[in-house]
Design a protein around this ligand. Structure first.
Ligand code: PEP
Length: 251
């Protein structure tokens, strides 16, 4: 379960939220052993989150929402994979629909970013998914698989096996319009089948596929019941510890 905070919470608020989340997850009535919980704060919060997670030995992973496709140098405003790895990040979101839309990120850029993340020892969370027009035309599978092909080009079998892919229909992000569990399963299953065909059965089985789009504690169980949904990428609901904790107790 990964919480994408987007551009919310300063470094002090970030520490408070991670503390609250940690208290929520320490609820002895629930067994979190089978759930990996990850937060994805803004860059400016990462050092504070690292200090808290390391100091209190919290079982909460963390990562960034983006990474540069370059290693170092004259790229004002960019953050490199090496910098994020040095901060203890285990995950990096690449190709979120908001980056694709507002920063014109193409599959080739997403692919380059994913490779930089892997090269620095982190796991990319590669986001794919169709917009409303494509969904209305019934082309969601074809559209999303083209993004998968482009974003994962050139990755080795092991790299694909270790990857996280997030299927996020754009029309369901931040809209309250959650895809039905069957909608999520249709595309997540198609992604897994594509990986089986283009990489290997083993890599397809090992690769974790998340669903994202208006996931809440109240709707997560039905989504998680689906065979090809291994977890969720959560935006708005991850900003409240109780709500995100409830999502982590999906079973
Ligand atoms: C997201 O930002 O990846 C997301 C899924 O947002 P939300 O849960 O708010 O729809």
């Amino acid at each position: 379960m990964a919480g994408n905070w987007k551009m919310n919470l300063n470094h002090q608020e970030a520490v408070v939220l991670v503390q609250k989340l940690s208290w929520t997850l320490s609820d002895k009535k629930h067994d979190y052993a089978k759930v990996e919980v990850v937060v994805l704060p803004p860059f400016t919060d990462l050092r504070g989150v690292q200090t808290l997670v390391d100091g209190d030995r919290l079982e909460i992973g963390y990562g960034a929402q983006d990474v540069s496709e370059h290693d170092a140098g004259a790229y004002t405003g960019e953050i490199s994979a090496a910098m994020l790895a040095k901060l203890g990040c285990s995950y990096v979101v690449v190709g979120h629909s908001e980056r694709r839309e507002h920063h014109a990120e193409t599959d080739a850029v997403v692919n380059a970013k994913a490779k930089k993340a892997i090269g620095a020892g982190m796991t990319p969370i590669v986001c794919v998914g169709e917009g409303l027009e494509v969904r209305k035309e019934g082309r969601q599978v074809e559209h999303t698989l083209a993004q998968v092909d482009g974003s994962l080009a050139g990755l080795t079998e092991q790299q694909v096996a270790d990857l996280v892919i997030a299927y996020e229909p754009v029309w369901a992000i931040g809209t309250g319009e959650v895809a039905t569990p069957d909608d999520a399963q249709e595309v997540c299953a198609a992604i897994r089948t594509r990986l089986a065909e283009t990489v290997s059965e083993e890599a397809a089985a090992a690769c974790r596929i998340l669903y994202g789009g208006s996931v809440k504690a109240a709707n997560v169980a039905g989504i998680m019941e689906k065979a090809d949904v291994d977890g969720c990428l959560v935006g708005g609901a991850s900003l409240q510890a109780d709500e995100f904790g409830g999502i982590c107790r999906f079973y």
